[in-house]
Design a protein around this ligand. Structure first.
Ligand code: PRX
Length: 640
């Protein structure tokens, strides 16, 4: 098995950390002996049910597993009402800072009132249990309020990341047939308002299911309000009643849909459920990030991604913790912005992505050094494998050599952490270590046999697992359960080392991981072939020292068109408009042919070899091996 010297570094937890940790070795033992018993205890301790459940896990119809069946609960009740009715009522629930320095602190009591009022607003607009509500919003408190208001009345929210284009927004609204869109006029990016509502307006031209649009006044930029359709959030809230009874929801009722990229062009609406999700997001946060009453937790992810759903909003609020959120760029007005806020808000637990860490690392240690980060006690990362160099930099320069780093492996589909250290587990830079208690994973080969290097699978159902793909049960089965039968196929490759630690090596399907964001190669390819000049396109992820992977496109032009720097620009722009700026290819290479197997499948591995400047790999299965030399020559002469 491959090894590097770095993999041998082990960081043992200090006695102090172990003594104060929420987790104990006994909890690992307990879960090993009785997995379902462990999850039962978690649900009993962490979730308030209205009606008790009858069964912990109903596995009678695999792979449609259902948790805590027979029980009823409500997520917003768990996140706000139970704290409102406790001594936590005046504790900060959400702390927020905007890029231009606007600050908001909402106590549990205040959040409760806002959520109740907005739930009544939604009801007033005709939203009923089971209806879909789309959120296209900045990282503002109103986004969390809207999420909780949806869950209060049993509506299913679908959040579309604000960086996605109008077309991506329209596709997602239409797939979910959402009734209401909640958005904002704009938000600040490097000091200038970004016109979110204008983007939404373009999408709204092709979204017949949307009846009303609720707009939060945030950036104060000029926008167009359509009479009869568009309504101001503040106007609606001014007259809303202060109490809305929480809907009694089945434990396995859908909670939200979140679209993510798969290996085909069409994003998948990952559908999450209620009680199981609420159990696992809390249990993981409690034991991995070890949250205590006195903590201020900052998860830097946007609410538009699963990390924001689970660990900015639902997990911290259900646990009654203080969650900090920032809406803005990380280097505005200067490169110490994050550390400035961490110091000012007294952040104790900080969770971010390797791509951000690599960016901070590039900027240099002088920026964190300007600030007192001594209150930090725990760090985390998520989104992609972290390179040991970035891990060490984070450990030393942000954590001051005293904060354990929780490298959490999970996915949109898993809802919560799956493979992750806890503060009592010895750490190695670059590995997510071992499964969380109650989670069973394995590394297997093509024949489902355990191996030290192969495919990552989850061997048994877990509470926060996806229910299905919205409107497409077959796709759910095909994507995750066909390949390994009774084991969930994560789409990642992994290695296992001599300590039994799991090293996730990255996607093994046609999915890219660009700055921790998932993008399907097929999505970018179909955007490219929409351009009149393009006959065919193949997209691969090329290693990038900050983004992890950068999209790189090989393009065959139609007869009569020739490649030029202008065309490169045009194609890049088109992808940005079609999907969103994160999907813009870094490189576009015009070529006369693409390497394909005899059965016509594009050999992306060979394209990656070319893009990363490696000697060409095995080309014997190519239909036209000569094509490779030609593509390599084109790449060598490409315009940067
Ligand atoms: O490839 C893995 C990578 O991100 C993928 C999931 O992406 P997404 O659904 O967008 O969710 C990201 C946030 C949970 C995984 O299939 N990934 C995520 N975390 C890690 C990781 N790869 C290695 N180590 C991690 N800690």
């Amino acid at each position: 098995m491959e090894k590097t010297a770095l993999e041998d570094r082990v960081f043992y937890p200090s006695e102090e950390v172990v003594k104060n940790a929420n987790i104990t070795q006994e909890i690992y033992e307990e879960a090993k002996k009785d997995r379902l018993g462990f999850w039962k205890r978690m649900a009993d301790e962490l979730v308030t049910f209205f009606k008790p459940y009858e069964k912990v896990l109903d596995d009678s119809n695999p792979p449609f597993f259902r948790w805590f069946t027979g029980g009823t609960t409500n997520v917003s009740y768990n996140c706000v009402d139970r704290h409102y009715n406790s001594p936590k009522r005046n504790k900060a629930a959400l702390c927020y800072e905007s890029e231009i320095g606007r600050k908001v602190i909402l106590t549990y009591r205040e959040l409760y009132v806002e959520v109740n009022k907005f739930a009544n607003v939604l009801k007033g607009l005709g939203v009923k249990k089971g209806d879909r509500v789309c959120l296209y919003m900045p990282m503002i408190p109103e986004c969390a309020i809207a999420m909780l208001a949806c869950t209060r009345i049993g509506a299913i929210h679908s959040i579309v990341f604000g960086g996605f284009s109008s077309e991506s927004l329209a596709d997602r609204i239409n797939d979910a047939t959402a009734k209401i869109l909640i958005t904002a006029d704009g938000n600040f990016r490097r000091g200038t308002p970004f016109p979110l509502k204008n983007n939404a307006d373009v999408a709204l031209q092709s979204t017949p299911s949307i009846e009303k649009v609720v707009v939060v006044k945030n950036a104060g930029n000029e926008i167009n309000m359509v009479e009869g359709r568009d309504l101001w959030y503040h106007d609606l809230m001014a007259t809303a009643d202060k109490y809305c009874p929480p809907e009694e929801m089945e434990a396995d009722a859908p909670l939200f849909i979140l679209y993510t990229s798969g290996s085909t062009g069409k994003p998948k609406g990952v559908q999450h459920t209620t009680a199981g999700y609420l159990t696992q997001v809390q249990a993981t946060l409690k034991y991995v990030f070890d949250l205590k009453e006195t903590d201020t937790f900052w998860c830097t992810a946007d609410i538009g991604w699963i990390t924001g759903h689970s660990y900015v909003v639902y997990g911290p609020l259900a646990l009654g913790m203080t969650s900090f959120m920032y809406d803005g760029t990380i280097d505005y007005p200067d490169k110490d912005r994050m550390w400035d806020m961490a110091e000012r808000w007294g952040v104790t637990v900080f969770y971010t992505a390797p791509t951000a860490i690599r960016t901070f690392m590039k900027w240099g240690t002088e920026y964190p050094k300007k600030h007192d980060l001594s209150q930090l006690r725990l760090l985390g990362t998520v989104g992609e494998p972290i390179n040991p160099e970035a891990w060490m930099w984070y450990y030393e320069n942000i954590g001051g050599g005293r904060c354990p780093i929780m490298d959490t492996w999970w996915q949109t589909e898993t809802g919560g952490f799956m493979i992750t250290p806890t503060p009592i587990i010895p750490l190695k830079p670059g590995t997510a270590t071992i499964p969380f208690p109650g989670i069973e994973v394995d590394v297997v080969d093509e024949n489902k046999q355990p191996t030290d290097r192969g495919y990552l699978v989850v061997k048994s159902p877990w509470p926060s697992m996806l229910m299905t793909i919205w409107g497409d049960d077959n796709r759910y089965i095909d994507q995750y359960w066909k390949r390994f039968g009774d084991m969930y196929f994560a789409g990642d490759g992994a290695k296992r080392d001599e300590m039994g630690y799991i090293w996730v090596t990255g996607r093994v399907d046609d999915v890219l991981n660009v700055s921790g964001h998932r993008l399907g190669t097929a999505e970018i390819e179909s955007a490219l072939v929409e351009c009149e000049e393009v006959a065919e396109a193949a997209v691969i992820g090329k290693k990038h020292d900050v983004k992890g992977e950068a999209p790189c496109a090989f393009v065959i032009l139609k007869d009569g068109f020739t490649g030029s720097p202008e065309l490169v620009d045009k194609l890049k722009k088109h992808v940005g408009v079609k999907i969103g700026p994160i999907a813009r290819p870094d490189d576009i290479i015009f070529t006369a042919s693409l390497p394909k197997t005899r059965s016509g499948k594009i050999m992306r591995r060979l394209l990656r070899d070319i893009a990363e400047g490696r000697a060409l790999g095995d080309v014997t299965t190519l239909a036209d091996p000569g094509a490779m030399q030609e593509i390599a020559a084109q790449y060598a002469g490409k315009e940067d």
